[in-house]
Design a protein around this ligand. Structure first.
Ligand SMILES: CC(C)(COP(=O)([O-])OP(=O)([O-])OC[C@H]1O[C@@H](n2cnc3c(N)ncnc32)[C@H](O)[C@@H]1OP(=O)([O-])[O-])[C@@H](O)C(=O)NCCC(=O)NCCSC(=O)C[C@@](C)(O)CC(=O)[O-]
Length: 318
């Protein structure tokens, strides 16, 4: 059960206990991995994730292969993975060149554009300061919409920046507003290096929510300091019903040192189910998929929930 203060919140009517989990493992999860994961494994990962019941599975990035070599196989990925009814498959796009390449595949129906709330991070990540990068993103969004492509937006470093330190919540609000104004259907707020706590995330969300409705927001927490689920809880309290996570907690941003580990999807699903939310995602299948991925790609990465469920299965106890 949720704490009483949460149940008392008007946002908690039974009619809105649905929660959307955006699976970002195949993109955010893999982008910083040094060892190249073969394309066919990435494709099978996306297909298996689709079978788990997610509504949104982010698949890859149309960024420069020089900047993110792990995702240089983006063309093959989008052409080879299966498309399940009711599932959207956004790809990350940084600029007009990326959009052109994504459109040329003829199969991309949704993109995600990404901005940041600090100049220092934006310069490292996309070689432009926040304002210049916003101009490019707005242009990309415009062209995408003209081509009937849905656009999701990201704001990175919403609480702390690896190069600048604390980030002003007003800056996060401004970037989120701009992305929505330009036509993004939703903006995901990313704590890229996982430094946020309930106090700092709460302050940031209170500021953003003054100008952006909760229905237009998602949250994207990295679990670097073990704060991700607490931060999801506070986001739920503020009315947000969408969060990004990565199978087995894979992940990190190549341009943010220490950004290891997205919030693990399995941990998020267990948390949501235990607190009365419906996601439509089958947790057992996600854990099986993590097991398959570890074996197929030669990894040994586990979420806390995945490890516990596998241990329980093998010992058939507790
Ligand atoms: C944006 C650029 C390209 C600018 O990089 P640049 O060097 O300023 O761009 P440029 O226009 O000068 O081009 C440099 C070279 O890249 C090529 N190029 C240019 N664009 C593309 C493209 N789209 N696809 C393929 N190639 C491209 C271009 O053709 C040229 O090739 P060359 O002439 O040297 O042979 C670069 O900064 C870049 O790729 N950055 C991507 C960084 C990235 O992927 N970061 C991780 C994603 S963000 C993230 O993870 C955070 C998030 C979303 O998960 C949320 C959170 O946790 O906060």
């Amino acid at each position: 059960m949720l704490p009483n203060r949460l149940l008392a919140n008007r946002a908690y009517s039974t009619a809105i206990n649905r929660f959307r989990v955006v699976e970002v493992g195949a993109r955010d999860g893999l982008q910083a991995e040094k060892k190249f994961v073969p394309t066919e494994i990435k494709v099978e990962l996306i297909d298996r994730l689709s079978e788990c019941g997610f509504q949104t599975v982010e698949t890859t990035s149309f960024v420069s292969p020089k900047w993110v070599p792990q995702l240089a196989d983006h063309n093959e990925i989008v052409k080879k993975h299966r498309r399940f009814e009711g599932v959207s498959y956004p790809v990350l796009v940084p600029n007009a060149a990326g959009l052109k390449n994504a459109l040329a595949t003829g199969v991309v129906e949704e993109i995600a554009v990404f901005g940041a709330a600090s100049d220092a991070f934006s310069l490292k990540n996309v070689n432009s300061n926040v304002e210049d990068s916003l101009k490019k993103l707005m242009e990309v969004t415009k062209i995408a919409l003209e081509n009937n492509i849905r656009v999701r937006g990201y704001v990175s470093v919403v609480v702390g920046c690896p190069y600048q330190g604390a980030v002003q919540p007003e800056m996060v609000a401004r970037v989120a507003e701009k992305l929505l104004e330009s036509g993004c259907y939703e903006v995901s707020l990313g704590d890229t290096i996982g430094v946020g706590t309930v106090k700092t995330v709460s302050k940031m969300l209170d500021t953003v929510l003054k100008s952006v409705p909760a229905e237009k927001l998602a949250v994207h927490f990295h679990d670097t300091y073990g704060q991700a689920l607490a931060n999801v809880l506070i986001s739920i309290e503020k009315g947000i019903r969408s969060a990004d996570s990565s199978i087995a907690g894979l992940g990190g941003c190549p341009y943010a040192k220490g950004a290891t580990g997205n919030l693990a999807t399995e941990d998020l699903l267990y948390f949501l189910k235990g607190n009365g939310f419906e996601t439509g995602v089958n947790l057992d299948k996600v854990v099986e998929t993590a097991k398959w991925f570890n074996e197929a790609a030669g990894y040994d990465k586990w979420s806390r929930v995945g490890a516990a469920m596998m241990a329980k299965k093998s010992k058939s106890c507790c």
